[in-house]
Design a protein around this ligand. Sequence first.
Ligand SMILES: *Cc1c(COP(=O)(O)O)cnc(C)c1O
Length: 490
Amino acid sequence: MKTKKLEDIHGLTPHNWEEIKNLGYEMVDDMVSYLQNIQEQPSWKEIPQNVKLHFEEDIPQNPQNPKSVYQEFKEFILPFPKGNIHPRFWAWVQGTGTITAAFSEMLATTMNPNVTIGEHAAMYVDKQVVKWCKQMLNYPETASGILLSGGSMANITGLTVARNFHNPSVRAYGIQHHKKQMVLYCSEETHSCITKAAEIIGLGNKSVRKIITNEHFQMDINELKKQIALDLQAGFQPFCIVATTGTVNTGAIDPLKEIYELCKTFNLWFHIDGAYGALAKLDPKFTEQLAYIEKADSVAFDLHKWLHIPYELGCLLVKNAEAHRASFAITPNYLLQTKRGLAGGLDSINNYGFELSRGFKALKVWMNLKEYGIHKYAALIAKNNEQAQYLGKLVSGSKQLKLLTPVTMSIVCFQFIHKQANIQTINKLNEEIIIRLQEQGIASPSSTILKGNYCIRVCIVNHKTKKNDLDELFLWVIKIGNQIVKEIGL
Ligand SMILES: *Cc1c(COP(=O)(O)O)cnc(C)c1O
């Protein structure tokens, strides 16, 4: 048999456009009704073994009809979602997404631009979305910013700028050339990505001073001051304080004003990890408390959390645009920009971060912000915060439940309790309650441990949740808790 000449091989465009169009229509129909009826589905379900085995198959060698590939998606993938599209998903800190953002992903990937360099519309959309990000937080117009995959990337990018600003020779000589060891401060409740970032940017995790927190899980300012004094005395170089606005565990907000003032006094970079909670600034209840975000040298926050932009989308804003650019700008011959033509246009985005290739992720933000307007998001964030207060009250009003910390933002941490049980038993019991809630498809809270207490953690970053869902959760926790008490014979 003669093989085809390479020149005659068909590209990746469809042989039959009509057929592919119909497949697309079918997908739209299916996805719309899927999301429309998602509340009737369990919040989560286990993946059967045969489904898992399906994902062990080796790489396909030969073509398969796209319609049958889609059938496989419907059979093996779609029925087993994580569930953050469901009204009763309250685990970790995860956004819900929107159907129109899903459509805009299709538009963005159809155009398929690499949004880092060149004169094309996507570059301007990206720039406009960064501007809108500044406006969301009332951050200075002159700041620079970059859209990234998420809060972790935004934090490491911000800390890189902070490090380089306080150690200008680091790009040439590396951190080992520096005479003093640079140290940064954050609270013990700070997200683990700060520790990882410190490791990756060459500081090492011993340079991360984890300051203890007060009874509200906020950074203890007196301890912070003491540690800075100790470090100065010992010859370290303090260079940055990371404040968290909305910790993952409890939604605590570090004392921003005091931290800002310490940064001024000691000439430190003021970085904010607002991955979860910076956008709470849009809720009038938090606007004042979060006003100091505007004074931060850099802010990292996520749009895939409280703005419900589908994954992935984070943003870093840096007040000193020059310092930001000076940390990343480099122009090899193959990335030279011209005055006119395709290689003209805006400053390359890779001058502001590590990544070179970037997708057109700005489009889904651009379209959703136009569709809903910022007031709508503000109201939805306020609604989640109020729902958390409501659940907190339900918990406080019950003799069988205990609120483990006052509710600040939209996180509620609580336990099912029992007089006859010791702390180990209570912890096991609550772990079992969470697992049963998930396995029975009732709701998806997650867990955390606060001062040794294993708790049911409900984080409401969900535009679909209704009060009634929280009433149901409350009833089920008590019901399942009592069931387990009976089973173990307390
Ligand atoms: C989610 C979160 C992060 C990490 O952000 P990713 O988008 O998951 O990378 C960091 N800090 C806080 C406070 C968060 O809530």
